[in-house]
Design a protein around this ligand. Structure first.
Ligand SMILES: [Zn+2]
Length: 734
């Protein structure tokens, strides 16, 4: 689309003229004017900048037309007119080519002597957009092709890499010095407010000569080539990979900050990836705020936002997603309602949203897309003055990045892992995702804490610790103190198991759980046989709850109340074959006729707190009855009042932020119905006020329309008329 068509689009689209800021900007300075058009009141970077954009520019230069029609003025005007506040601009891409006239790297030939990056920086300044440089490491086709000594070398050999589109370098090779020199040159040459460093992760396990030599030098051993989470050498190798990547991130940040004090953000989408990317959560220490891109839909985004909230050194954190279905689809934009739901998820978490678009091969952009993105931006902008504060939750979900592996991979040669990270078999993540879904749909106020933010446990009254494979004595001590002081802890499966303990494996939290670890019980199917009278009502008309997998074999200790026992199937599913017919039902595996005697669900009072132990992850199942058991136990153990209560459809997620300096609470309700258009939903909200305070007003945002309220026990209660996607309300107190 050329410049003429673009102007026509503006003139013809009433939607473009609805925003006062755009009208004012257009009236004040015609597009032809060279003068700077900085708005009078500029938000502060980064704390007030919520609307951000990245236009993917992973374009090589083998054809002269590639990126040759780039028009920086049209590009930035289009973005600014869509009411973005910040542009993250490509300096270098996966192609490994630079979009500025670098003396160190290789310049994209499509620029033909121009300086695209510099032009965009100037245009952004003219339009008052904050500027973040998009930098790139490791995914580097230029480096892979022309600097073979920089290559990432997987166990399966270079051929596997060459079959794909992407060439990778390794940060233990001289590529490290190249990237650091390149970023130093970039930061020294231009004026911008922040930098984002993408793809700072291991594409897999690297066995290049630099990695193997470094491991040999540091550990006096050869880098192991078989996955074995019980082998000390393998565990050391993994921790070296994590440390190496973290050190590189820190060196990168120091290099940037030694030139200028701008914000640095490393790709942090790896926070939820499995062990292979080798990025520990501690990499947040090299970031001013955390950010990363996700494509898994609303439920995933909500969980990511809570995880990022816990981890980000500064807020807002930055949530990124594409305007298309995913990055591999160049054309298919998400339906408008879906975009509205997804893009409101950062809003109800007081976070910044970075939309990802992609540039056309010739360097132009699809202007029509920006009409849609403007609608999204304008729908969020009205809430921005009210965002921020502390996320209030009663229950924390504990996410442990060090447990992001599948123990059944033990014994697998690394060369047979192949392909990308596969988190589908990580039992801990299944538990975290399942728990988040259950709490969200049940409207139980919750947040996420992690192995590096365990100190935030004190902000909650209960914690869910699902199938954690790695726990240190210090972490166990933290959980123990929490319970002693009145906290509620739910733990499932192998959580806190020290499998290296002598003479036999044992739970570090045995004293809390009220059970002693004895091993594994069953295989493909096991059952919870419910003994507790209340839980029997909860699961009625069932008598048992299925677990699709084994359970922990345990023995109850004195003082523990056994709510359910572990029951094996009538016949062992592993031994069933066509000949012999040793089954109880040919299709299913019914439970034994008498319940087992080992504990499967236990509640145990410890100090001022309570502990619920489950022999398997109730939270991981998609069955409603499993969720009901977990919720019933939490509601039994956690005293009221809650931070809030909500009467609404389970598709509605509510968050609550406390802004004590403004004596107010911010409630955000998002209708996350998966089939769009969403059916409008009404809601009744009950919110706890800070101790000793009383409510002065409740107002619906963004217009601050007063809402009627009354007191319902300890809560201030108000109703919301049916809303389609997003409703936010302020509860002011004195
Ligand atoms: Zn390497």
């Amino acid at each position: 689309m050329d410049r003429r068509t673009f102007n026509k689009t503006i003139a013809g689209g009433a939607m473009w003229l609805t925003s006062p800021s755009v009208r004012a900007a257009m009236a004040a300075a015609p597009a032809a004017a060279a003068a700077e058009e900085t708005p009078a009141v500029r938000p502060k970077w980064p704390e007030q900048v919520y609307r951000r954009l990245l236009v993917d520019t992973h374009v090589p230069d083998w054809d002269p037309v590639l990126l040759s029609r780039f028009d920086a003025r049209d590009y930035v005007d289009t973005i600014a007119n869509a009411d973005f506040q910040c542009l993250m601009q490509y300096a270098i891409s996966c192609a490994g080519l630079c979009l500025w006239p670098t003396k160190i790297g290789t310049v994209h030939r499509g620029m033909k002597g121009r300086d695209y990056f510099g032009e965009v920086m100037n245009e952004c300044k003219r339009r008052g957009l904050y500027r973040v440089a998009y930098f790139h490491v490791v995914w580097d086709n230029w480096g892979y092709q022309f600097r073979p000594q920089w290559r990432f070398r997987p166990a399966e050999g270079d051929e596997e890499v060459m079959k794909g589109r992407y060439g990778y370098t390794c940060i233990n090779t001289p590529a490290r010095d190249y990237y650091l020199a390149l970023v130093r040159e970039l930061v020294s040459s231009y004026d911008f407010e922040g930098i984002f460093n993408d793809m700072i992760l291991w594409p897999g396990v690297c066995y290049c000569e630099y990695c193997t030599a470094r491991f040999r030098k540091e550990q006096n051993a050869e880098a192991p080539r078989v996955v074995d989470w019980d082998d000390p050498l393998w565990r050391t190798f993994q921790s070296c990979r994590q440390r190496w990547m973290r050190e590189f991130a820190e060196e990168f940040t120091q290099t940037v900050k030694s030139v200028r004090s701008i914000t640095v953000e490393h790709q942090y989408g790896t926070a939820l990836s499995d062990w292979r990317t080798g990025v520990p959560l501690e990499m947040r220490d090299a970031c001013d705020f955390v950010g990363g891109d996700f494509y898994g839909g609303a439920a995933q985004f909500s969980l990511v936002c809570k995880t990022f909230y816990s981890l980000s050194p500064k807020r807002p954190f930055e949530f990124m997603t594409s305007r298309t279905w995913d990055l591999t689809d160049f054309v298919t934009i998400k339906p408008v309602e879906e975009l509205r739901i997804e893009s409101a998820i950062p809003t109800v978490h007081s976070a910044a949203l970075l939309f990802i678009d992609a540039i056309n091969p010739d360097g132009t952009i699809n202007h029509d897309v920006y009409r849609v993105l403007k609608m999204m931006n304008d729908s969020h902008a009205v809430y921005e003055p009210y965002l921020g504060g502390e996320l209030l939750g009663d229950v924390a979900i504990y996410y442990d990045k060090e447990s992001m592996y599948d123990p059944s991979q033990n014994g697998t040669p690394v060369e047979q892992l192949r392909g990308k990270s596969d988190v589908s078999k990580v039992v801990h993540l299944e538990g975290v995702v399942g728990a988040a879904r259950i709490l969200r749909e049940e409207h139980i106020p919750f947040g996420v804490i992690t192995n590096v933010t365990l100190d935030q446990l004190e902000n909650y009254r209960a914690v869910i610790v699902p199938s954690v494979l790695e726990m240190t004595p210090e972490q166990a001590h933290h959980f123990r103190n929490f319970v002693q002081n009145g906290g509620v802890l739910y733990a499932s499966g192998p959580t806190s198991l020290d499998r290296f303990a002598k003479p036999e494996p044992r739970y570090l939290l045995e004293d809390l759980f009220g059970v002693r670890y004895r091993g594994i019980l069953g295989n493909h199917v096991t059952y919870f046989s419910v003994m507790d009278a209340e839980l029997k009502k909860t699961i009625w008309p069932q008598h048992e709850v299925i677990q699709k997998g084994p359970m922990i074999h345990a023995e109850a200790l004195a003082g523990a109340e056994v709510l359910a026992t572990a029951t094996l199937p009538f016949a062992d599913p592993a031994g069933i074959h066509a000949i012999g017919s040793r089954f109880a039902q040919i299709i299913s595996d019914p439970p034994a006729l008498s319940p087992g005697t080992n504990p499967a669900l236990v509640i145990h009072t410890v100090g001022k707190g309570k502990v619920i132990w489950s022999a398997a992850g109730l939270e991981s199942s998609e069955h409603a009855v499993n969720a009901k058991v977990l919720v019933a136990l939490l509601r039994r153990a956690i005293p009221t009042p809650w931070r809030f209560e909500l009467d609404a459809h389970p598709a509605v997620e509510m968050t609550l932020f406390h802004q004590p300096e403004q004596s107010r609470l911010l409630a955000g309700l998002l209708n996350m119905q998966s089939i769009t258009p969403p059916i409008p939903v009404a809601a009744k909200v009950r919110v706890s006020l800070p101790s000793g305070r009383r409510v002065s007003s409740v107002a619906l945002l963004p217009d601050r329309k007063p809402l009627k309220f009354d007191m319902a026990g300890p809560y201030v209660q108000f109703s919301l008329e049916p809303f389609e996607i997003l409703a936010m309300a302020l509860v002011q107190y004195v």
